[in-house]
Design a protein around this ligand. Sequence first.
Ligand code: GLC
Length: 479
Amino acid sequence: MKIIHISAECYPAAKAGGLADVVGALPKYLNRNGHESSVIIPKYKTDWLNRQKTKTVFKSEGPFGNGKFKFSVEKVLDHELGFSLYLVNIPGKFDREGIYIDPWSGYAFWDEMERFFSFQISALEWIVQQKELPEVVHCHDHHTGLIPFMMSKCFRYDKLHETPSVLTIHNGEYQGRFDLYHYNKLPAFNLEEIGFLDWGGSLNALAAGIKCAWKVTTVSEGYLNELMEFCHGLEILLQHEKEKAVGLINGIDVELWDPATDPYLEKNYTFRNRISGKKKNKEYLCKEFSLELSKPLFSFIGRLVREKGADLLPELIREVRKQGLEMNIMVLGTGEPELHRIFKQLSGKFIGYFDARLEYNERLAHNIYAGSDFLLMPSRVEPCGLNQMYAMRYGTVPVVRATGGLADTVVDISEKGGYGFLFEEFSLDDAMAVVTRAVDFYEKQDKFKENLKLLMKLDFSWDQASINYIEMYEQLNKD
Ligand code: GLC
């Protein structure tokens, strides 16, 4: 089958979060299963993209309101990716530093509407004139949420009316809301259909995608159930569309994420030398961050935002020190400026117990998965979560809040076959109780080491997870 993914992110070309990891891996595994899957993203100015050689495959002008804009589509010539990667080059729109956030101001770009509307229009302009049309167009998050609408309603794209579209929700919090009058920037459609764009009086790209896509998926079953209860105003819409919605858990790229070959690690290790291998990586981390090797090391990696529960960490760190619990904590990530300030202050106050690197650092992230004993994910909301899966593959115990994909992938140690730690309520008390349980467990080294075996044998690969997608695509082409 010919499947085209359209997304704002794709690893390694442009990454802000887990969306990039998924779009950079799923197509590769689809191709291995005999399909022809490719990816379209905007041509940003990232380090990786700056280094690539590309070939222009299409040049045209796209409609935008009463005007037009010039764009081209370039194919990346790298053959290592496992799929074809196409870049939409729109002069003046994406050829600047930053993906969503303006690095100079720290805020979202002022022209988000122009950027992502023109990106989506360009992608369709290119697809619609291809000799062999795709059998599925797979969109990801609100940045591509208008594509199912345009494919089914815009006169210009009537050749795509019969092509199935899929929208995957990786994060329902961001919806791409604009003034409704911006509908006139899109290619012409029957105005009676404007209701498909409208949600609560605004043009809502995610809502339009949910209404118009043939299939809506979320990245775990648990998250789909949560969204039907609360999705920042879209819950009723999701309940209404539940017949076409399904939760499909993500996988991880087990080639990229392999402690035996990971080029970023201080020391590579396999299942056989897992104990000594992990120890070497922990030694490295503890030295880098002035932490004591003998204590269990709990790490947090991710965006420092409310959704990920990063604001619970300062309280937790203080409480751990107050109660004198024998454990160390470290944090890697960037996010809310206020949290940066607090973490800096705490790392000065609790030298030897806590440290933070307030940056985006892929290499260090890999080292932390390998060298930590526990990975902390106190998320308020976690659609799927990939970090817990990376951690387990590297033999690190997940300590997570029971929400969304975390609850779907981690089984508490107290249960039969369990291997991680879960806590229910988003509260300091529950978080303290869970880390106390985890520290106790660490002290029973025999059990702790036994659990390592279990963790490293778990299979969260896309080999498994991509099959669900293939079945869904096949079904869509049958219906
Ligand atoms: C988003 C979600 C995360 C998920 C990822 C990939 O970043 O917040 O939970 O794993 O998308 O689907």
